[in-house]
Design a protein around this ligand. Structure first.
Ligand code: HEM
Length: 180
């Protein structure tokens, strides 16, 4: 995964629990990169999962809650670095379409080695948007957190539900975003 995700994860952990806790994670994780991340680098996805696993064990939270919290926090950080078109979307549903049709495409142009998730939109009404989240990384809870971060940004209240989830034995992940 792109270094920006690791750099932001480092900042997120230090923001919550301080830099000593981050150092403790690195000491125990014994990562190939030694946790020296740069935004332009590319690192093994497994390093992120190892770090999340250690946070889960040490802070007694679930991997699901850790991913949601990180996704929600990181949205505004990625938004700040987003291509200019991202700033045109004012509504959460419009933005989510834009992630698939514009934002992640632009990200890929500038970072050909990035692996971005695919969203297939299945159903939409004025209040509900349903999409299939597809990624070999199975980070649907991170995705859920990003949607909550987005809703905070657009000043909309939403509820995200996993109508189908690979982590529950389903064959795919389908997320429903409801404006409440
Ligand atoms: C609510 C809006 C967004 C959602 C739901 C979303 C979703 C995701 C998810 C779930 C991932 C993890 C990778 C995976 O699942 O395979 C990801 C990665 C990424 N996204 Fe987005 N994203 C959003 C907005 C943005 C924005 C605004 C940017 C601006 C630059 C961005 C740039 C990236 C980058 C750089 C990665 C890492 C790709 C890699 O490591 O290969 N995303 N996104």
């Amino acid at each position: 995964m792109k270094g920006v995700v690791f750099v932001k994860f480092n900042e997120f952990i230090e923001h919550l629990w301080g830099d000593e806790f981050w150092d403790e994670l690195l000491f125990e994780a014994k990562l190939p990169s030694e946790g020296v991340y740069t935004t332009v680098g590319l690192y093994d996805d497994q390093e992120l999962f190892t770090l999340i696993g250690l946070v889960v064990a040490k802070k007694n939270i679930s991997a699901k809650d850790a991913q949601i919290a990180f996704g929600k926090w990181v949205f505004k950080e990625l938004y700040a670095a987003a291509p200019p078109q991202a700033h045109d979307f004012k509504d959460a549903f419009e933005f989510l379409h834009g992630v698939q049709s514009v934002i992640h495409i632009e990200v890929k142009k500038f970072n050909p080695d990035a692996i971005l998730p695919e969203f297939t939109f299945l159903d939409e009404s004025p209040t509900t948007l349903t999409f299939h989240y597809q990624s070999p990384r199975k980070l649907c809870f991170f995705c859920e957190g990003m949607v909550y971060g987005l809703a905070e940004h657009t000043h909309q209240d939403v509820l995200v539900s996993h109508k189908e989830c690979e982590h529950n034995g389903d064959s795919r992940c389908v997320l429903e975003v409801e404006k409440i």
